[in-house]
Design a binder for this molecule. Sequence first.
Ligand code: ATP
Ligand code: MG
Length: 483
Amino acid sequence: MKEDAILVVDDEKGQREILKTILANQGYEVSTSPNGMEALRLFKETPFDVVLTDLKMPGWDGLELLRNILKEKTPVSVVIMTAHGTINSAVEAMKFGAFDYLVKPFEMDELLVVAKKAVEKTHLLKENTFLREQLEERFSIDGIVGKSGMMWEVFKILKKVCATNSTVLIYGESGTGKELIAKAIHYNSPRRDKPFMTINCAAIPETLLESELFGYEKGAFTGANARKIGLFEAAGGGTLFLDEIAELPFALQAKLLRALQEREMRRLGGKDNIKIDVRIIAATNKRLEDEIKKGRFREDLFYRLNVLALKLPALRDRPEDIPLLLDHFIKKHTGTLNKKITGVAKDAMEILLKHNWPGNVRQLESTIERAILLADDGEDIDAKLLPADITRQAFQGSRLDFDIPYGGISFEELEKELIIKAMEKTGFVIAKAAQLLGMSYKTLQYRLNKFSIQKGAGSVAKGLSYTPNKALDTLNEAEKEKI
Ligand SMILES: Nc1ncnc2c1ncn2[C@@H]1O[C@H](COP(=O)(O)OP(=O)(O)OP(=O)(O)O)[C@@H](O)[C@H]1O
Ligand SMILES: [Mg+2]
């Protein structure tokens, strides 16, 4: 449906035609209907921005139509047209959710003003519905994916944190979801209908940071041509998210502390104290305790911010969340990229589970987004769709951490050494060692017997502890040539 579409509902043909001509002349897309039921059918087919309906009509009257249209829960403004004697009903209609009413006979200008306002109102409604849908989808706690014990801990704290007004300090490596969590806290808190404002302390030059936070009065400095409201005021009643708080310059740390302690601030160049009503959420990927030791962060501010601390675990420490996150991101990006992807193939999954994800969830997300982009429609994401650096690292991780000595080694010795290593690594739990080695419990048991491997046996194939360089050092030049 094109924007600015109006449906005119009137039982009088002449009236319908006049309204249609006037409105169409103004560039609206106009449809007409002689009765309420037909109007509702048209509306269900293609929602209109505005429905302009007569009040008195045979069959459904304007009120009945209004009621049915509002049931559709589509953003729309309904305007009721009424004769002079029935204004009371029109007022009644507004109580039921009509946007406005026009008393017949009305001037063309009057009609156009009301139509314009009605269209604008619908645009606003649409925007709000869109925002709300976006928010509900992305920022409810349910939008944060994780089932690992570590994430359950986060959810538990999150639930408590949301209900309070306390300052929260979120700590986590880059890409672990600090901003996502900050938004979740705001949108699940009693402040959800007020603004959520963000400032990245690392991204804004020191000179601007202060005026961004506190605003300024006209003439506070050269170039201050008009009063500017800072974030503390703009986020009034809501939440202010101070991202990368460790990067806040030392001088400003003192100012922030004062504002938080006194719940008051002044605009730059201002004389009046202004009350502050914001909840502060701060985030950092640096350990503030270390920054304090280095003299870069004020200890008193740290304690002000660290009322409730939330530590987000690195992705490498919770690989059990990876399949869930993959699912989530595949759903998210197949939608936006308009592709069907069946899932993640075994080879790719193994690599993704082994990777150490220095960029955490953000890196996982971009890896998957890229793979979806490269994949053919209807295909699985397999290893060849993953970036080379990720594939390489996974294989490096599984490479044997010892070399073959120059004296050579038999496969039997190698096998024995591997089994000993696996048994030692798993504390002599046969089932676990078998899993590591990719052999069955029975096979491993048989081999253990065959090689007489027992707890405390230690490494038997001594040759394996040589490193080639050391071995080379003990050889003379002629011997090296032969190798
Ligand atoms: N648990 C999670 N579930 C779903 N999506 C997540 C999760 N954690 C992070 N993400 C997604 O990963 C991306 C990075 O998250 P976010 O920007 O919140 O991280 P950050 O910690 O603020 O990163 P940086 O330190 O780099 O600013 C976002 O797209 C976010 O939606
Ligand atoms: Mg961030």
